[in-house]
Design a protein around this ligand. Structure first.
Ligand code: SD4
Length: 336
């Protein structure tokens, strides 16, 4: 099975390269690349999110619709403590959500520090489609969501509240110690050991889109925003090149404009994996000795359908489906 998959993948990449050579820059060629459609997400448990995206992609639907529907799966999952409903709150017990979305034409929308709305990704899409702006934050984002038909809900589940109350006993402010949290709080009362979802998709027409959504670092200061809703940091899409998205400590990703850095490296000839590695290496060089307790991972896809990933350290997984519709789960290579 593994050999067959390797063989099929090799064949796809060759065909993908030929397809790329024949592709007019920036134009779409319907159904010509057997790699397509394609969806890739951060973290192994997001096979479920990919499946929802696939429903749309396999029927010839748009990548933009696919990534929105895909990331809505963990957003609505009460057992996912890193995204949407069920996400761990800030240190004041408030669940604040960050999300952004970007399409093949450079349209993008984002919400930051949004409370009480289960699907921040859909609000981000409406910011993109219904306003002349890119970002709405906090109360303004909530006001906009309510005015556009979203329902106000309590997103703090009993499980998340329990974990927060446990944390309150010591109240140690260490939201960025991701390594420890992977082993402790996320293990406590949750099934899966996973984080923020970043999803990238290319549809049958060859158009690419991405989405990223998170509840951010657990027990953060109220108002803290990470990379995930920042276009160019947590997510970037360019239909002539490809797309990238990030997970992990957002402050580190923001410092190097992570997702944009990955896409620019691909523009100048790096493969998706090489481009993700370049971003991680840059971060590590910039922040020598300050990353011991942190994890950061990138996934990327080129417009030709080649995929890649790279992380700062061991433990980052990602999952994808290519043209054949088979789920693949992988562990990313890492730097240190
Ligand atoms: C943040 N990047 O808020 C997000 C969180 C995350 O793995 O991805 N955790 O900084």
């Amino acid at each position: 099975m593994i050999n067959r998959r390797k063989f099929i993948k090799g064949a796809f990449f060759t065909t993908g390269a030929l397809w790329a050579a024949s592709r007019v820059k920036g134009a779409s060629i319907s159904g010509a690349n057997p790699q397509l459609p394609l969806v890739i997400s951060t973290w192994a448990p997001n096979v479920k999110a990919n499946a929802a995206a696939w429903e749309i992609l396999s029927k010839g639907g748009k990548a933009l619709d696919a990534v929105e529907k895909g990331v809505m799966v963990p957003e609505a999952d009460p057992e996912d403590t890193s995204v949407g409903y069920g996400g761990l709150p800030d240190r004041d017990g408030r669940v604040t959500l960050d999300a952004c979305i970007m399409d093949e034409q450079g349209n993008c929308g984002s919400v930051m520090c949004l409370e009480h709305i289960m699907h921040p990704i859909s609000v981000a899409r409406q910011v993109m489609e219904k306003t002349p702006h890119v970002v709405l934050v906090g109360d303004g984002a909530l006001q906009f969501a309510l005015a556009n038909g979203f329902k106000k809900e309590n997103l703090l589940t009993a499980n998340a509240e329990k974990i927060w109350k446990e944390w309150l006993k010591e109240s140690k402010y260490d939201p960025m110690d991701t390594i420890k949290h992977m082993k402790t709080k996320r293990g406590a009362g949750t099934k899966d050991n996973h984080d923020t979802i970043g999803m990238l998709a290319i549809d049958k027409s060859g158009n690419i889109s991405g989405a990223c959504t998170t509840s951010g670092m657990a027990f953060k200061m109220h108002g803290r925003v990470g990379d995930s809703p920042i276009i160019g940091a947590g997510l970037y899409v360019d239909n002539e090149v490809g797309a990238a998205t990030a997970t992990g400590v957002g402050e580190e990703v923001i410092r190097i404009c992570g997702a944009h850095t990955v896409v620019e490296a691909m523009r100048y000839g790096k493969s998706p994996k090489e481009a993700c590695k370049l971003a991680v290496e840059r971060m590590n060089k910039l922040r020598k000795n300050k990353l011991e307790d942190k994890q950061i991972g990138f996934i990327a896809v080129s417009i030709t359908g080649e995929i890649g990933a790279y992380a700062l350290r061991e433990g980052f997984t990602y999952t994808y489906r290519l043209g054949d519709g088979v789920d693949v789960i992988k562990s990313a290579d890492f730097l240190i």
